[in-house]
Ligand binder design. Structure first.
Ligand SMILES: [Zn+2]
Ligand SMILES: [Zn+2]
Length: 271
């Protein structure tokens, strides 16, 4: 039995590989106490990456059916991952994950997590080669994510470090990075939103440790922010991957509890 909720997962309604049924079944087999899907909300600037408008009702009804079907066996939660530039949500989901996958510059939406080469071309073409300027723009956007999405969970706080293993593109301890991230934390922590520990980039082979970076996670702990563990699974085989690592990372940074989701509400449990 895995006593924590895994609430950040995707399906073939957007950029995932498997259906909601297959993902929920994989979670049940893995022994999760609670499992949620947080499909990407519709993004007009990146329509292929999010829920199609015509599928929104179907997604919700399939998920509500699964919620009823697994009642008493596993808590199933119906969520949405709302990109800050996504279409506003007009449906009633159990929870919202607020995320930043793009920075907006020169009137364009620049995806920061698709490909390393694309990341580099954005830095060259839109930030004059100054990677720190793009990092600053990213965290300035993250600072607004709770205010603009009304999210319960802050998704992958430092996604901008996805292609930065061993500091290959920038120094995460650089004063400009730390100052920009701290300005975002100053805005987000007082909201009481839960920060996720996300292992998605480990599964994809880009990172060895989860988001957020240790330097940010220690600050989050010192400042009393709650956390939740996430796989960000886009494949049924990824559902249980690296949850042990996420828990270790949290403990290593001083956390003793983690949030889960039970009977329709967030609750705190021992790590
Ligand atoms: Zn995301
Ligand atoms: Zn996601």
């Amino acid at each position: 039995m895995i006593p924590y909720a895994s609430l950040h997962n995707h399906t073939n309604f957007a950029d995932g590989k498997h259906s909601p049924d297959e993902m929920v079944e994989a979670a049940y087999r893995a022994g999760f106490a609670c499992f949620g899907i947080s499909e990407h909300a519709t993004m007009d600037h990146a329509p292929e990456d999010g829920l199609k408008v015509r599928d929104m009702g179907l997604y919700e009804s399939i998920m509500r059916d699964l919620q009823a079907q697994y009642k008493g066996k596993m808590d199933v939660a119906v969520g949405i991952e709302q990109d800050i530039f996504g279409r506003p949500i007009d449906r009633d989901y159990d929870y919202i994950i607020g995320s930043v996958h793009f920075v907006k510059k020169d009137g364009k939406f620049l995806c920061i997590d698709r490909m390393p080469e694309l990341f580099d071309s954005h830095v060259q073409n839109h930030f004059g080669g100054d990677v720190y300027a793009m990092v600053e723009e990213y965290f300035a956007t993250v600072a607004r994510v709770h205010a603009e999405t009304g999210c319960h969970i802050i998704g992958h706080f430092d996604l901008i470090t996805k292609f930065n293993e061993n500091g290959i593109r920038f120094d995460v301890n650089h004063p400009r990075v730390q100052a920009a991230a701290n300005r975002a934390l100053d805005r987000l922590i007082p909201t009481g939103a839960i920060f996720e520990i996300n292992t998605g980039a480990i599964t994809r082979g880009y990172r060895k440790s989860p988001y957020p970076d240790e330097s940010f996670l220690r600050v989050l702990n010192e400042r009393g922010a709650k956390i939740i563990l996430s796989a960000d699974a886009h494949h049924k085989d990824w559902v249980p991957l690296h949850f042990d690592l996420a828990a270790q990372h949290a403990k290593h940074c001083g956390y003793k509890t983690v949030m889960t989701w039970k009977d329709g509400a967030f609750v705190e449990v021992e790590l």
